[in-house]
Design a protein around this ligand. Structure first.
Ligand SMILES: *Cc1c(COP(=O)(O)O)cnc(C)c1O
Length: 452
């Protein structure tokens, strides 16, 4: 911008007295407005475009940027149930309520109400975890990656841990089993091949080892010429040498979802009854609870994990424990769990209901988008049931001159943000991961997009 225009920029004080800017003080603290004014002036000074035509609008926009939270609720229209980038599992109402109840006040986090003395944080989900999985004892920590570090460090620091080459996996977000094992202080002992590992492979190196570990191949499937020993066989081998057998099952599936065509994930109870000394899983995958890492297993093994100083570094906070306890409580009745836990409810929606919901949503979409109900598939996501097919009904929108990506951006920037799928030039909305109460917001966002 030329020096003349720069000299003509208004002062901070003058902008603060602008009626449009002054009006912001009614809802926003004064210093936020001052920061926005300074930024707007700085931008005008350094931009080639020069000062904005409407200072008040420019400042209001910057104030808005400063006051919207970066972590905010969004509507998930992608049909990916456990969407890792969208917070994985939405919580059951009971779990959300439990968080709220301990959030604003004090709680019995580490307080024993019967004796009036110090209690143990680690006791909170202990009994429920054990009861529901058939294990002797349980412990909840911050997340499952942390649970694995804690287990390996507690049981195998400096020792060799035997694992199949077919299980040296990457979970995502730079979480790789070999790296985690290294950081935990355990020494990785790879056996077998990518596709085939036999009991004898483990037997050959077991002398002097510290543990045997199985990691569930959560996010991909192996088909064809593949084999691996059963958990029972590995538990028996480990126990014959008085070693612990550890099993990371990943998703924390407790219900039998095979009636809904979902049968490839190991259930926690099955892993426990196969004889594992320690079974680890996430709280916010198929369990449908808060981010957490659950450890269940033999009393003595859990005790060693609990006594490790890392347990303090990885401890769950009161919100996690409250939500996990409430979520686990719903599993006392499997039908209640399926109905009340959003992840399970979404995964078990029937096709007729999905079709009905897609039609109801399509009927609300502005006709200019030529909404159509078409068959499609949802995904479980979160590295669970990678091969599963979940038939659904999608609402396909023709975005016209906006283009599908253009419409997707507008929906993303609306309030609340709406995250959609784009395929073959269409915007696709999957009712599986939406609530019917979300539809008015979608309608409004689409209408706003039409109006520009
Ligand atoms: C997802 C997963 C983890 C990590 O769980 P987080 O709760 O995300 O830390 C670990 N192991 C397996 C097998 C998994 O599938």
């Amino acid at each position: 911008m030329n020096p003349d225009a720069r000299r003509q920029l208004p002062s901070v004080d003058r902008l603060l007295r602008d009626p449009g800017v002054e009006a912001l003080f009614a809802t926003v603290p004064r210093n936020v407005v001052v920061v926005a004014v300074r930024e707007a002036l700085e931008a005008a000074r350094s931009s080639r475009a020069g000062p904005p035509e409407d200072w008040a609008a420019e400042i209001a926009e910057r104030v808005q940027e400063h006051t919207t939270r970066s972590l905010q609720p969004v509507l998930n229209a992608t049909g990916v149930v456990l969407h890792t980038n969208l917070g994985r599992a939405p919580l059951a109402h009971a779990a959300a309520l439990a968080i709220q109840e301990v959030a604003e006040g004090y709680s019995s986090l580490e307080y024993d109400l019967a004796s009036g003395a110090r209690g143990q944080r680690a006791d909170h989900c202990r009994t429920l975890l054990a009861e529901l999985t058939g294990a002797e004892d349980g412990l909840a920590v911050n997340n499952a990656a942390g649970a694995l570090v804690l287990a390996l460090n507690s049981l195998a620091q400096g020792g060799r841990v035997i694992i199949s080459r077919g299980e040296l996996i990457e979970i995502g977000g730079s979480f790789r089993i070999p790296d985690i094992m290294g950081k935990s202080g355990a020494v990785l002992q790879e056996v077998g091949t990518t596709n085939r590992t036999h009991v004898i492979d483990y037997q050959n190196v077991i002398d002097g080892a510290a543990a045997i570990l199985t990691v569930h191949r959560s996010n991909f499937e192996q088909v064809g010429f593949v084999t691996s020993p059963s958990s029972e066989e590995l538990a028996e081998l480990a126990h014959s040498r008085r070693l612990p057998y550890l099993h990371d099952v990943g998703s924390g599936l407790l219900l039998d979802l095979s009636p809904w065509g979902l049968s490839s994930e190991p259930r926690v109870q099955t892993a426990v009854s196969a004889g594992a000394d320690l079974v680890m899983f996430s709280g916010d995958k198929l369990l449908g609870g808060p981010q957490a890492g659950c450890l269940v297993g033999k009393r003595e093994v859990i005790a060693r994990c609990r006594a490790n100083p890392f347990a303090r570094a990885l401890r769950a906070d009161r919100f996690t424990l409250a939500a996990l306890e409430a979520t686990l409580g719903l599993y006392h009745d499997p039908e209640v769990a399926r109905r009340e836990i959003p992840v399970l409810r979404m995964l078990t929606l029937d096709e007729a209901e999905l079709d009905r919901r897609a039609r109801a949503l399509a009927a609300l979409c502005p006709p200019v988008f030529l909404p159509q109900v078409i068959p499609g598939e949802s995904a479980v996501g979160g590295g669970s049931f990678p091969g599963a097919r979940l038939p659904t009904s999608l609402v396909a929108l023709n975005a016209g001159p906006l283009g599908a990506e253009g419409l997707a951006v507008r929906l993303r920037l609306s309030q609340p943000p709406i995250i959609v799928r784009v395929a073959e030039g269409h915007v696709l909305l999957d009712p599986r991961t939406l609530l019917e109460s979300d539809y008015p917001a979608i309608k409004a966002a689409l209408q706003a997009a039409v109006e520009g």
